[in-house]
Design a protein around this ligand. Structure first.
Ligand code: MLT
Length: 324
């Protein structure tokens, strides 16, 4: 009986040599490229999820920040990596805007990256330096619209979440503001607390602790309803700016050509991470939520990415601001 099994197994491996060569995955640590600055909203999500994925996979999952050009430098690093599942990208909405924002796109997310799963949809907040004369959104709008106003608005590079939200704000108000680019929104907070940056629109995964401690002033959340984690901050609609509604999303990617069993194993560990109480508690504290299991899959993520590229293309083309 035992001899028969050995013979059978041998015959199967002879017929499918790829099975014999398939190494166990993962058998070493995995790097997650974060395309924005350490300590910022993408980094916070990446480190939280990486820790939980590491528990699910039994190997270290380590975040590494590769910043610049609105997140495209980090994405390019992953596009060029070996498609073996050991180098991943945690990208935000910028992955869907890059194909339109560049006339010669540095990479194509649909053909050079493989989607693994969606992670979290994050609300945004409109915030300002703590010593601004405006105390609430109506006062801020008046302050921004005053004749001769000189206002700067920070963002994390063309195509980043903060830049999209800021562009939307500027197009609604039609008032001049000077955009100032950073390698992520973590350094924006330091500049804002020092009074050198007037306003920005940034994800709750970065701003909640600063808002709670009154280190920056919160004017509104960009969601239809107030957020449980920030009960005192009104919505943009309550403050007279209903057109400013933005929610940002994040997803995991591998270089294109990564074997499907590897992608599936990563997606499975992502779903485990998104059910991990430590992740859920942290997300809830930062006013965000985990994507449901049916969206943390390669196919749902790919379909959503395609839809987002199509959604933003006409909006960004009409704005006519290009990164190159
Ligand atoms: C960051 O991590 O700094 C951000 O996600 C920046 C952004 O997209 O606005």
């Amino acid at each position: 009986m035992k001899r028969m099994f050995v013979l059978l197994a041998g015959a199967v491996l002879a017929a499918f040599p790829a099975l014999a060569q398939q190494p166990r995955f993962p058998d070493k640590s995995i790097t997650v490229i974060v395309p924005f600055a350490a300590g910022g909203p993408t980094d916070v999500v990446a480190r939280q999820v990486a820790e939980a994925m590491s528990r699910a996979l039994g190997v270290a999952v380590v975040a590494e920040n590769v910043t610049g050009a609105g997140g495209t430098l980090g994405a390019q690093r992953v596009v060029q990596a070996r498609p073996d599942g050991y180098t991943l990208l945690l990208g935000n909405i910028g992955v869907a805007t890059a194909p339109t924002l560049y006339r010669r796109p540095p990479y194509d997310p649909l053909t050079q990256l493989d989607a693994i799963g969606l992670i979290t949809p994050v609300p945004m907040t409109l915030i300002g330096r703590p010593d601004l004369p405006a105390k609430n959104l109506p006062e801020l709008l008046a302050w921004l619209r005053r004749p001769g106003a000189e206002v700067n608005i920070a963002h994390a590079g063309l195509g980043s979440a903060s830049q999209l939200c800021g562009t939307l704000l500027r197009s609604i108000l039609q008032t001049p503001m000077t955009p100032v680019a950073f390698r992520g929104t973590a350094p924006v907070m330091t500049e804002m607390m020092a009074g050198r940056i007037d306003i920005t629109c940034d994800q709750t995964t970065n701003t909640v602790p600063y808002i709670r401690d009154n280190r920056v002033r919160a004017f509104a959340v960009t969601t239809p309803q107030r957020l449980a984690a920030l009960p005192d901050v009104p919505t943009t609609t309550e403050g007279g700016l209903p057109q400013l509604q933005v929610t940002i999303w994040h997803g995991f990617y591998a270089p294109h050509g990564t074997p499907r069993p590897v992608i599936d194993r990563l997606a499975q560990s992502l779903r485990a991470a998104l059910a991990d109480p430590a992740v859920l508690n942290r997300f809830s504290d930062l006013a965000t939520t985990a994507e449901p299991p049916e969206r943390a899959t390669p196919d749902a993520h790919r379909a959503f990415l395609e839809a987002e590229i199509a959604r933003w293309r006409p909006i960004l083309s009409a704005a006519g601001e290009y990164a190159d």
